[in-house]
Design a protein around this ligand. Structure first.
Ligand code: ADP
Length: 285
């Protein structure tokens, strides 16, 4: 039993501002923080903290940010097969206004160099029980990884972008939020290409769709502090529980508890709960 994630790693540079600057304007920030981030890195962290044997394949730069991401992954118990790129580690420059509005510039950097999987990488992918993918790395690599898997392929189709039927045909379970589901044609349309689909609904929880049944899983009411990374925590916890042999609705209930817990804390990686925390929270909610 093992989970493997092929995906992105970024360092998030987050500036709080009173309002997003207009073109040509300079504003002073009211607060600043840097966090380990990127969907692949977040999801690998979430799977490992939920106690799955987890491997991460990605590309970082030969720089301080890359070293920081590697240390963060190792700290959470993630095994890494990370390439060192001549491009800098991916960076997301995030500006958050007091109104909650944001403006984000992403420098994919090393993430964009994660192309043509190596023999070692393909062997690790073929050996995994579950392969979890997202869309922050080149699409051709996502397709290559999905095709190279022998276990279950889970695709979190985020950030939203149109997908080929070719890719979807290699996917066993698709996880999307409401906005992404709509962009991809809706649940009924998606179920003609993928056998199982989970649509997350923010505070309202999630819905599991198969061709036979639709099962709603209620959200858990919490005092939300920061929803950044909720979807990533959900995906990582989901695959960790599936890897233990849980049925999909049960794994979705577990993921819903993990994600709800993560929104009660600030940041993405710092907010991702451990297995013990999820089990305690799940038992009492
Ligand atoms: P994304 O963050 O990818 O847009 P969602 O907003 O649907 O995805 O959130 C993913 C999951 O996180 C939800 O299915 C839910 O379990 C949990 N979640 C998100 N926001 C909240 C919230 N305010 N309260 C409780 N749980 C939440």
């Amino acid at each position: 039993m093992s989970v493997l994630i092929v995906g992105s790693g970024n360092v998030d540079l987050v500036s709080q501002v009173e309002r997003i600057p207009a073109p040509g304007e300079t504003v002073l920030s009211t607060g600043f923080a840097t966090h380990a981030g990127g969907k692949g890195n977040n999801q690998a962290t979430a799977a490992a903290r939920a106690s799955a044997h987890t491997t991460f394949i990605g590309a970082f730069g030969d720089d301080d940010n890359g070293a920081r991401l590697l240390a963060s992954l190792a700290d959470s118990g993630v095994h890494t097969l990370v390439r060192t790129s001549t491009e800098p580690t991916g960076i997301a420059m995030i500006t958050v206004a007091g109104t909650g509005e944001n403006a984000i510039v992403v420098n994919a950097g090393a993430n964009a160099t994660l192309t043509r999987l190596t023999e070692d990488e393909l062997r690790a992918i073929a050996d995994a029980t579950i392969v979890l993918l997202q869309l922050e790395i080149p699409l051709a690599t996502v397709v290559e990884a999905a095709r190279g898997a022998t276990g279950t392929v889970v695709l979190n189709a985020a950030p939203a972008r149109p997908l080929s039927r070719d890719l979807l045909a290699a996917v066993d379970l698709l996880v999307v939020n409401e906005h992404e589901a709509e962009l991809l044609g809706g649940a009924d349309e998606l179920l003609t290409v993928v056998p199982r689909l989970v649509v997350t609904l923010g505070a309202a929880g999630a819905v599991v769709h198969t061709r036979e049944a639709t099962t709603a899983v209620a959200g858990i009411h919490v005092e939300a502090v920061d929803t950044t990374g909720a979807g990533d925590t959900f995906c990582g916890a989901l695959v960790a529980r599936l890897d233990e042999g849980a049925a999909l609705p049960e794994a979705v209930r577990f993921a819903t508890a993990a994600a709800a817990l993560s929104v009660t804390r600030a940041g993405a990686v710092p907010a991702i709960p451990t297995r013990e925390e999820i089990d305690d929270f799940h038992a009492t909610h």
